[in-house]
Design a protein around this ligand. Structure first.
Ligand code: AMP
Length: 267
């Protein structure tokens, strides 16, 4: 596996394979790999000739007072995991490489970037959209893989790709959950045992909401009922690349998001 740190060496490393007609599959990540990330990497490997993973904790998608400083970072472990998974190239740039001094060009996402996570985290999707566009430009993937765990992110990235006619396809992969149903997230490590018990109510509430919806009842009120006593940020139905029951809650010091699609079997 090749490890690159700069835009120039990444472009250079990918030039020959691209010229040879190989399709590049990109998995953008912020590291701290878990099975959710691995599912995306495996999909990229299965479908593209070159699997590229980016590892970049993108500062511009964190707001003031958010957890940028304590976001888990373990590049050595992530690099070993990526190599073991057969990743061809790991792009792990510094913040200064992506945002050199004087950087001041941004991708502004419209309404879709302002609701839900965008309302709770102003500027979040501007940061996501900007870094994704830069990664797409540097790596020029034919395919890029995102997790439905972040359903609004999938919808935003698809919107950007459509609006700017970017020459790649976005693949949205199912949410990977632990044995209790909790969606895997690098932030789960900050949940205490008691917090974890509380956190398990989130997937249960969403599953009950989806079931209620399919029975012709109100998904949001059913889910809210099961989340009583928890600090709920939002529970709502939104078109996030398809009708979706989405929620965000705070448990201890951790903000968790999760969602289920209304028109597929709950997973
Ligand atoms: P992150 O490193 O948290 O930015 O996530 C990188 C990619 O992995 C994003 O496309 C996420 O949506 C995806 N991802 C994170 N957690 C999961 C999960 N539990 N299941 C599937 N994909 C996930």
């Amino acid at each position: 596996m090749k490890l690159t740190r700069t835009v120039a060496e990444t472009r250079e490393a990918l030039e020959a394979p691209r010229d040879a007609g190989e399709r590049i599959g990109l998995v953008p990540t912020m590291g701290a790999f878990h099975e959710g990330h691995l599912s995306l990497i495996r999909a990229a490997r299965a479908e593209s000739e070159r699997a590229v993973v980016s590892l970049f904790v993108n500062p511009t998608q964190f707001g003031t007072g958010e957890d940028l400083d304590r976001y888990p970072r373990d590049e050595a472990r992530d690099a070993a995991v990526a190599e073991a998974e057969g990743v061809d190239l790991l792009f792990a740039p510094s913040a200064a490489e992506i945002y050199p001094p004087g950087f001041d060009t941004w991708i502004e996402v419209g309404e879709l970037g302002e609701i839900l996570e965008g309302a709770a985290r102003p500027g979040h999707f501007r940061g996501v959209a900007t870094v994704c566009c830069k990664l797409f430009e540097v790596i020029q993937p034919a395919l890029a893989y995102f997790g439905r765990k972040d359903a609004q992110q999938v919808a935003v990235v698809k919107q950007v790709v459509r609006d700017l006619a970017l020459p790649l396809e976005i693949r949205a992969m199912p949410t990977v959950r632990d044995g209790g149903g909790l969606a895997l997230s690098s932030r789960n490590r900050y949940l205490s045992a008691v917090d974890r018990e509380e956190a398990l109510k989130l997937p249960l509430a969403l599953a009950a909401g989806v079931k209620a919806y399919r029975d012709g009842r109100d998904a949001v009120s059913v889910a809210c009922e099961l989340l009583k006593g928890i600090d709920v940020d939002y529970v709502t139905i939104a078109d996030l690349d398809g009708p979706t029951l989405a929620a965000a809650v705070r448990i201890g010091s951790v903000r968790l998001i999760d969602n289920l699609r209304l028109e597929e079997e709950a997973t």
